[in-house]
Design a protein around this ligand. Sequence first.
Ligand SMILES: NC(=O)c1ccc[n+]([C@@H]2O[C@H](COP(=O)([O-])OP(=O)(O)OC[C@H]3O[C@@H](n4cnc5c(N)ncnc54)[C@H](OP(=O)(O)O)[C@@H]3O)[C@@H](O)[C@H]2O)c1
Length: 341
Amino acid sequence: MKAIQLQGSFGIDSLALVDQPRPTPGPGEILVKINAASLNYRDLLVVDGTFFPNLKFPFVPASDAAGQVEQVGSEVTRFKPGDRVTTHFIQNWEHGPFSQTPAGADYLDSALGGPRPGILSEYVVLPERGVVSTPSYLNDEEAATLPIAALTAWQSLRLGSLQAGQTVLVQGTGGVSIFALQFAKALGARVIITSSSDDKLKRAKKLGADVMINYKTDPEWWRAIKAATDGVGVDHVVDVGGQDTLNQSVNALKPGGFIGMIGLLTGMECKLNVPNFLRRNARLEGITVGSRQSFEEMNIFLQEHQLHPVVDAVFPWSETTEGFHTLKAGKHFGKLVLIID
Ligand SMILES: NC(=O)c1ccc[n+]([C@@H]2O[C@H](COP(=O)([O-])OP(=O)(O)OC[C@H]3O[C@@H](n4cnc5c(N)ncnc54)[C@H](OP(=O)(O)O)[C@@H]3O)[C@@H](O)[C@H]2O)c1
């Protein structure tokens, strides 16, 4: 079978299409034929060596995919050949709050695409607990966008208990943020979105965004947010920027509001203005995607609201490096997908 491997050194241009033996499922495992995969910003940080500098080569990257069950091992009870499934990012996080396994292992040690091998292969073997059923109304290209980006956005809005009529700030127009926009609108919330591009802001408006702010031409964007909320601030922030956005997120927050700390697009270290944070009784919660149970709950919501992920571009997997370069350039809106055939 074919697979994409990071070979010999870090960097997008070290990704190569190779032949390798098809794996066989053991007890409790399923063999999944992968039809589509999606790329996440995280995949760039794995491929460039930022996240796992001691990664062993060759390594198959990326974590998010959809396909169908080809074969099941002994003791498998949840799936049968032909079932449509989507991968779950943190394989050992099945339900409940983020924690560690009973044996004391870090949940994140079971994340696909680093440190565990990823899914850019024609076939992968996973424990049956490491996938969810694909919502029937979505095709595989759409379903492949769900495991990280959609679930992270969902997790933030759920942990912050977003209610109809409240206001959310969504930063930028990448994968997580566009899902957050779609979920927030479906929940009946008001959405303020920022972007570096007026064209992308127009696209966000078509998806229902209520207030659009260009963070390049308006670098102190928190002031525009205060103005758009009659000086009150927003109830919830989906913070994907990190270093350079967190203090502005706090400034833009209503007293008692919630910030989902999700991303590090602008850097990994931040000097927090503590008095501003305290004065608001702000709540800040670190988010690492979500459990399989949250994924399944999210899929019910998606189906009920017939939400379709925004797939900006689809690449044949012979053009995987082009897909990664497109992601790195940040020109996309929503998600980038690879077709595995
Ligand atoms: N904690 C978690 O569980 C988790 C899960 C998923 C993602 N993440 C992190 O969240 C971030 C976003 O991930 P993603 O996959 O959605 O990325 P993505 O699809 O690559 O999105 C990138 C977009 O972010 C926007 N952006 C960049 N700098 C910005 C800034 N200063 N202010 C506002 N927006 C900015 C840009 O939007 P415009 O082009 O519109 O300006 C850019 O196109 C990454 O840091 C990723 O590692 C974390």
